[in-house]
Design a protein around this ligand. Structure first.
Ligand SMILES: *Cc1c(COP(=O)(O)O)cnc(C)c1O
Length: 316
């Protein structure tokens, strides 16, 4: 089944920014504002739109090839956008094909994405020139986007997200996977502002360097001022590993939804929001601070995680 394609995508941009009221914030004398990239589009969500945007503008090819895991928000977003723009799409998926596709991959396939499953070992070569050349030949010269949209053009879209925030804030908190989003955020900040990245992978200490490299690489191709020292990573909020969770995370997400009617996902935004509350409770922000919580989206992945772990986060 194909979605109707009208060549036009409805995106809520600039994404909403609003203050979140909470007795804890009042007690600690801070203000927290939510930048709602989760509301941009139901399936082209959050930072994945930001990172795809400049990869698509001026595109001269009629097909896109990209990479991701079985629950990837980036795969979901790419499949959806390519369907809307009438582009062919190929998803190179890490891991064996399962008998029944999960919700993310099922939807991607229904939207017309061709899926190729490769082993975890083979997946490690995904950025190799030789391997990519073989994919170019096999799939008739597609435009290749790295996993997560993590390239220079991806960073450009994240810089733009910061420019949308019409508010003089001190700190912005975001989830970190590849680190491309946080690198783009840093490039968009001024000298007085700081980014805190909540790392959702276990043992990902390499990310400090990775993010600095993203920033350096961007700076070498453009004329942005130095922005390398504007971030700090927190490695204590991965809840066991990537896509792992525990009861306290589930309880937190449910409680937050009951209080504020805002959904988060267990892979990224639930962990980063849990971290924000924890840091606030531990007085890690000065009284008077204005904090932005960057809600990167990721809500399409909830269903897949619910099925995988036999839990239910939200009743609707
Ligand atoms: C992909 C994703 C991230 C991580 O972004 P990176 O640029 O890879 O660090 C964070 N939150 C959500 C919801 C995502 O889908």
């Amino acid at each position: 089944m194909k979605m109707p394609m009208n060549g036009k995508i409805n995106l809520l941009l600039p994404s909403p920014l609003h203050e979140l009221k909470d007795p804890l914030f009042t007690e600690k004398k801070i203000k927290v504002f939510f930048k709602r990239d989760d509301l941009i589009h139901p399936s082209i969500s959050g930072n994945k739109w930001r990172k795809l945007k400049y990869n698509l503008i001026g595109l001269k090819k009629d097909s896109i090839l990209t990479f991701g895991g079985a629950f990837s928000n980036h795969i979901a977003a790419t499949a959806s956008i390519c369907s809307d723009l009438k582009l062919k799409s190929v998803g190179i998926i890490r891991g064996e094909e399962m008998e029944t596709l999960n919700d993310t991959l099922r939807t991607a396939k229904d939207l017309g994405m061709h899926l190729e499953f490769i082993s975890r070992e083979e997946y490690r070569n995904k950025d190799d020139a030789e391997y990519q050349k073989s994919l170019m030949i096999k799939y008739n010269d597609p435009y290749i986007i790295p996993e997560g949209g993590a390239n220079t053009k991806g960073l450009q879209g994240c810089i733009e997200m910061i420019a949308e925030i019409d508010l003089d804030f001190d700190v912005i908190v975001s989830a970190v996977g590849t680190g491309a989003t946080l690198a783009g955020i840093c490039l968009g900040l001024n000298d007085k502002q700081k980014a805190i990245g909540i790392v959702v992978l276990k043992g990902a200490e390499y990310l400090e360097k990775e993010i600095s490299d993203f920033i350096d690489d961007y700076n070498s191709k453009s004329s942005f001022p130095g922005s390398i020292n504007r971030f700090e990573l927190k490695h204590d909020y991965h809840f066991g590993a990537y896509a792992k969770m525990n009861q306290s995370l589930i309880d937190f997400m449910k409680h937050f939804y009951d209080q504020h009617k805002i959904k988060t996902d267990p892979v990224y935004s639930g962990k980063s929001l849990f971290a924000l509350y924890d840091m606030i409770r531990k007085d890690q922000f000065k009284p008077g601070s204005k904090i932005i919580y960057y809600h990167c989206g990721g809500l399409q992945g909830i269903k897949g995680m619910e099925n995988r772990y036999k839990v239910k986060f939200y009743s609707n």
